[in-house]
Design a protein around this ligand. Structure first.
Ligand code: ATP
Length: 232
């Protein structure tokens, strides 16, 4: 049984359809990446899993049970945590207060403030600083740490690398093995295709709201990926 399975999922913003019959699975322990051009529907797909997309059709199942009708907080309690694009740090709260909020409505498990600081020493240094006053890289580490505080079984990461210097992106991705090693499965959206192929055991490519390719990085040719990405 897959940890997450989507069958024929369509997603809408009002009357606008952004996802068409998307089917995918994520097995426990995997790291799966979703790639695709701007507007392909990657963030919408994560929103459909996290419960933040208002109109979804088709089946979303988590750990064998239906999750599609549940509100976001109920999905957090089941073990689905989203790190949204743009990070959504609470600007007036300190780094540590932001982390502690992540545990609210979460699950019991291995993740604590001190474990997050071990994972991301760069945010321990700014533990008492308001969220608004830390760097973009620190904010991204904080957003991931805050999601981990809920002890997710499935961590949804939207555009970790967006707007960050390569060295910072490297630091964030270097933390992934430790995250998955503690039992969290990762489904990530990444604009940087080579980064996605390095980080993930399996990838899905979206093209205009549809799955255009699925496979393991080592088994996909760059021609296949280019064709699925651009639709040529
Ligand atoms: P990006 O990397 O640009 O975020 P994406 O692959 O994540 O791209 P989505 O953000 O999921 O793409 O957007 C998919 C489609 O849905 C796009 O056509 C986009 O314009 C549209 N869309 C996204 N958010 C909304 C919204 N809140 N209201 C209406 N349409 C939206």
């Amino acid at each position: 049984m897959s940890l997450l399975s989507l069958e024929a999922v369509s997603g809408f913003y009002g009357d606008f359809q952004a996802l068409f019959d998307v089917s995918l699975t994520v097995e426990e322990g995997e790291t799966v990446a979703i790639i695709g051009a701007n507007g392909a529907g990657k963030s919408t797909l994560l929103a459909a899993v996290a419960g933040t997309l208002a109109r979804v059709e088709g089946s979303v199942r988590f750990d064998g049970g239906p999750a599609g009708g549940l509100p976001p907080h109920a999905r957090v309690r089941l073990g689905i945590s989203l790190v949204p694009e743009g990070r959504r740090i609470f600007p007036s709260l300190s780094v540590e207060e932001n982390l502690l909020l992540g545990a609210y409505s979460g699950r019991p498990g291995p993740w604590t403030v001190s474990r997050v600081y071990e994972l991301f020493p760069l945010i321990e240094r700014v533990a008492r600083t308001p969220g608004a006053r830390i760097s973009g890289g620190e904010q991204q580490a904080l957003a991931i740490g805050r999601a981990l505080m809920a002890n997710p079984r499935l961590l949804l990461l939207d555009e970790v690398s967006l707007g960050l210097a390569p060295i910072v992106v490297g630091q964030l991705y270097a933390a992934m093995p430790e995250i998955t090693g503690l039992g969290t499965t990762v489904l990530l959206v990444e604009q940087d295709v080579s980064q996605a192929l390095r980080a993930a055991g399996r990838v899905y490519c979206l093209l205009e709201g549809r799955v255009s390719l699925e496979g393991r990085p080592g088994e996909l040719t760059s021609e296949q990926i280019t064709a699925a990405y651009f639709g040529v």
